[in-house]
Design a protein around this ligand. Structure first.
Ligand code: AVI
Length: 326
C-alpha cells in the first residue's frame, strides 16, 4: 500500500446492495408507473450527471458553488472553529473543499458516499490538501441508517453538510423523515448546512431539465438501458422519449419517460403492456420557497439561522442549528 491508498476493510465499508429487480417490478406494476431515481447513478449515469452539472441551462451546480465561494468566510464563522463536518453525498468534493478551506481549524471530516471510487479519490486528495484534518470516509447509502465512526479528536460540534439540493429528490414526507434522522448527527448544539433549489419561473426550471444538448434525456433513458443490461429486460430505447415538466401545484419538476407506441416490455418472465403516451415517472425534484423549507426542517428539530443566495434567488444555502437532544 502506498501513502495514496486507502485500506478498504479498515476505512470504508461497502453498502449492502438493494433489491433492484424487486424495485423495478414494483415500479412498473404501479399506477402511475415509476422507477426510483437512485438507480440513475450507475457508472454511465454518474458520468452523465457530471455533464448535466456543466450544462448552461442547469444553473444549480454553478450557482451553489458561486454562493459558497462568495460567502465562504461568513458561512465558516457561523459554523465555528474545531468542528466535526459530516458530508452526505459530497461526491468529488468540489463544494466541500471550498467550505473546509474557509473553516477555522476543522477537526474531523466524515464524508458519507455510496460511490466508492469518488470517496477514495476525494479522501486521497483531501488528505493531501488538509494534512491536519482527520478524515474518516464511510462508503454507505445515506438513505439507510448509517453508523458514523467516532473520532478521538474533540470537536466543538457536529455539522451535517448536505449539498446539491439532493433533498429535493425526496418526497416531502421522506425529506422530513430523513431530516429527523440526520438531526441525530447534529443534535445538542450542532448544525445543518444544506443546499436547496428554490421555486422560480417554470421556464427556467423546464429548460434546466430539458436541456438543448439532450444530456438529461440520455441520463433519463440510461435508466432503461441499465434495467436492460442488469436485469435482462427488453426496453426498446428508440420507443421512449424524455420529458420534464414543472408541476406547480406540487412544486416539483417531474421527469418522465413517455412511450412513443403501444408496446410490451418483458422482465423476469413478466410482461408489461404499455400504451402509447403512457409515462414512467423517474424522478421528482422538489423546489422550495426558503420559508417552506425552514418550516419543514423546523418539524425535524432544526432552527433556521440564515440563508445565503444568489442575486436572482435561484438557489439557497441554508444553515440551521439543532438544540434537540438525541
Ligand atoms: C441530484 N439531483 C439534485 C438532481 C436534480 O436536479 O434533481 C438530479 C437531476 N435530474 C435531472 N437533472 C439533474
Amino acid at each position: 500500500m502506498t501513502g495514496d491508498s486507502l485500506t478498504l476493510s479498515q476505512q470504508i465499508s461497502a453498502p449492502e446492495s438493494s433489491d433492484f429487480l424487486a424495485d423495478v417490478i414494483a415500479g412498473l406494476s404501479s399506477n402511475p408507473r415509476a422507477l426510483p431515481c437512485k438507480y440513475f447513478y450507475d457508472e454511465r449515469g454518474a458520468a452523465l450527471f457530471q455533464k448535466i452539472c456543466d450544462l448552461p441551462e442547469y444553473y444549480i451546480t454553478r450557482t451553489e458553488i458561486d454562493i459558497l465561494d462568495r460567502n465562504r468566510a461568513d458561512i465558516a464563522s457561523h459554523l465555528g472553529p474545531d468542528i466535526e463536518l459530516i458530508g452526505l453525498g459530497t461526491g468529488a468534493g468540489t463544494k466541500t473543499r471550498i467550505l473546509i478551506e474557509a473553516l477555522e481549524r476543522p477537526a474531523v471530516y466524515i464524508p458519507v458516499d455510496i460511490s466508492e471510487k469518488q470517496l477514495r479519490e476525494s479522501t486521497v486528495l483531501f488528505r493531501k490538501i488538509f494534512p491536519d484534518l482527520e478524515i474518516l470516509p464511510v462508503c454507505a447509502d445515506y438513505l439507510q441508517p448509517v453508523v458514523l465512526p467516532s473520532s478521538s479528536r474533540k470537536a466543538t460540534r457536529n455539522i451535517v453538510y448536505f449539498p446539491g439540493s439532493t433533498i429535493g429528490n425526496f418526497e416531502p414526507t421522506e425529506a422530513l423523515e430523513f431530516l429527523r434522522r440526520i438531526a441525530n448527527f447534529s443534535c445538542r448544539g450542532g448544525g445543518l448546512l444544506i443546499g436547496v433549489d428554490l421555486k422560480k419561473d417554470r421556464r427556467v426550471l423546464e429548460a434546466a431539465y430539458n436541456d438543448s444538448a439532450d444530456v438529461t434525456a440520455q441520463f433519463n433513458l440510461n435508466l432503461l438501458e441499465r434495467v436492460n443490461r442488469e436485469l435482462a429486460a427488453d426496453f426498446d430505447l428508440d420507443q421512449w422519449r424524455h420529458l420534464a415538466i414543472y408541476n406547480s401545484s406540487a412544486g416539483r419538476i417531474e421527469m418522465h419517460l413517455i412511450s412513443e407506441i403501444d408496446q410490451f416490455v418483458h422482465l423476469d418472465e413478466q410482461e408489461f403492456h404499455v400504451r402509447r403516451g403512457e409515462k414512467i415517472i423517474t424522478e421528482f425534484s422538489y423546489k422550495y420557497a426558503p420559508e417552506e423549507f425552514a418550516a419543514l426542517a423546523g418539524k425535524a428539530g432544526f432552527e433556521f439561522v440564515r440563508m445565503w443566495s444568489d442575486d436572482a434567488r435561484l438557489f439557497g444555502v441554508l444553515y440551521f442549528t439543532c438544540s434537540r437532544d438525541r
